[in-house]
Design a protein around this ligand. Sequence first.
Ligand code: ADP
Ligand code: ADP
Length: 233
Amino acid sequence: MIRLVDVSKTYTLPGGVRVEALKDINLEIPRGEIFGIIGHSGAGKSTLIRLINLLERPTRGEVWVDGVEMTRLSEEELRRRRMKIGMIFQHFNLLWSRTVFGNVAFPLEIAGWPRAKARERVLELLELVGLAEHRDRYPSQLSGGQKQRVGIARALANAPDVLLSDEATSALDPNTTDAILELLKEINARFGLTIVLITHEMSVIEKVADRVAVLDHGVIQEVGEVAEVFARP
Ligand code: ADP
Ligand code: ADP
């Protein structure tokens, strides 16, 4: 589903200083897997997720998502493909002036869904995340866990093949974190979509991931089954 071949990403700062955010990354994530990427701040996690999300082009190497190599695609094609990649965030990134319903409807409006079909789809998604009765509330009227449920429903709107989670539980308390991770597992089992989860917390990876990559200073230090990688001295 996702394959990175010898990928490096270098940022050039104003003044010409170069930052090697990722170095020679090789990674293969099969369809339906829950894959964790763990690392400290500055390790290159966000850069990696922006590459998989087709928001950033690699300096070197190839990024394959769903059988297509991104560096060969036009901006228009990338924009279209991005709709098949869902994304959830630490701070939810909801639209504060829109209701729960309006937030989940938003990506469908962008994709040009007819109103009636979109309405049906939104109600189905809100049912899935357990927020149907809160559909007319505004984000400010929701708990953190409920806000993330809106984020998840919105991310799933266009039936993506891949769901990317960027520290999606980092702002939540432990019980709420567990509930959200359970929901992600349920969604993975039900729709078979691939989930890539970025976090700095081992416990998150242990609870949901099938495999994990440990990223440090732009390099993958280890990759494998979670129990194996975390058991190594
Ligand atoms: P993480 O998400 O693990 O904290 P990042 O991918 O954000 O790591 O950052 C990796 C390195 O790349 C850091 O040194 C960071 O300062 C640098 N970096 C990230 N994004 C940019 C950017 N847009 N421009 C310049 N440097 C960047
Ligand atoms: P606003 O129209 O003030 O931006 P929303 O963001 O809630 O409010 O609405 C976005 C879209 O979703 C609008 O087309 C609105 O009519 C529709 N909508 C909002 N709530 C519901 C609901 N409970 N059932 C059906 N459609 C709704």
